[in-house]
Design a protein around this ligand. Structure first.
Ligand code: NDP
Length: 290
């Protein structure tokens, strides 16, 4: 059966993700709030830029917006095709996914919370990880469309479970970023060459995604390229901490990290990359990580 696919939200992630769909689907519709981006996408990748009302008539609808509030407001404003599947790749809020599943079920529409990780480079290379919550049958029907954009497509549980996994993943990223910042500032204070230290750590038990990628490429290079906004990481750590509170668990390290990332976001220059959280610590230590 020929299926039509739509992608809503052509931001840093969505623009690159939607670019792969024409290789697999005959009809690929794209919509973006700033419509010129949709037109640019159509010209660049052979997709079709359409009004939102038309995009939601596709059989499979992807969305990738900043927050669950944005997604809920958008969904409330449109009449979506009955029988379609909505795959939301926003890093969102589990309660919102549960609400949307219930509301859309009444219209015979399946909703999957399907946030992604892998950064813009993963979107570009179609190597993203999808962590998906929701109905298993809908997951299986949606699998080929997600597989067009990702490498690991993992069902993780009930509605909201995908958003929960993503929030905790990004909290772990934040913990790592902050701890590596403190550790490497200490090494610099002791006169150690940071590139040499990084070589050692990356061949040792302290290595992480941050030491292997984020520190060399963004922090020590002083480039801080803006591909994943600091406000988005602050949002994700907030979602993670709400999950901790809902579970009534103690989580002193996660609570502290959420507070640090929140402070970094409030004090950062506008339009900062998440890696620029390290600059808050630099302002305290008076040590520049390079
Ligand atoms: P961007 O800020 O680059 O893009 C946001 C997109 O959402 C834009 O297309 C924007 O449209 C649109 N948008 C914003 N608000 C609304 C609204 N109220 N109604 C309709 N459209 C809206 O974000 P990213 O692509 O970086 O992130 C998107 C999601 O993916 C976030 O939840 C983020 O946490 C997550 N994510 C991001 C990663 C990254 O590396 N960047 C990695 C993994 C997940 P317009 O162009 O008109 O402003």
């Amino acid at each position: 059966m020929t299926q039509s696919v739509a992608f809503i939200g052509l931001g840093a992630m969505g623009y690159r993700m939607a670019a792969h769909l024409p290789k697999y689907f005959e009809k690929v519709l794209v919509w973006n709030r700033n419509f010129s981006k949709a037109e640019q996408h159509a010209a660049e990748y052979g997709t079709t830029a359409v009004e939102l009302a038309q995009a939601v008539q596709a059989d499979i609808i992807f969305s990738c917006l900043p927050t669950s509030d944005d997604v809920e407001q958008l969904i409330e404003s449109v009449a979506i095709k009955s029988g379609s599947i909505w795959i939301d790749c926003t890093s969102g809020v589990p309660d919102s996914a549960r609400r949307l599943v219930e509301n859309l079920k009444a219209q015979n529409i399946d909703f999957l919370d399907a946030p992604v990780s892998g950064q813009t480079v993963g979107a570009e290379n179609a190597t993203l990880t999808f962590m998906v919550g929701g109905d298993v049958n809908a997951f299986e029907r949606a699998y080929p469309a997600m597989a067009a954009l990702g490498k690991l497509i993992q069902h993780v549980g009930e509605p909201g479970a995908g958003f929960a996994v993503k929030a905790i993943n990004n909290m772990l990223l934040a913990v790592n970023l902050w701890s590596v910042t403190e550790g490497f500032s200490t090494l610099k204070a002791h006169g150690v060459n940071l590139d040499a230290a990084l070589n050692c750590v990356n061949a040792s038990s302290g290595k992480s995604f941050v030491t292997e990628n984020i520190f060399p490429q963004r922090v020590l290079s002083r480039e801080f390229p803006v591909t994943f906004g600091l406000p988005l990481l602050a949002k994700d750590t907030g979602i993670a901490l709400d999950l901790v509170k809902d579970a009534k668990l103690p989580a002193p390290l996660l609570a502290l990290t959420q507070s640090l990332i929140q402070t970094a976001n409030l004090t950062a220059e506008p339009n900062s990359d998440f890696s620029a959280a390290a600059k808050l610590y630099e302002s305290w230590s008076k040590i520049t990580l390079k």
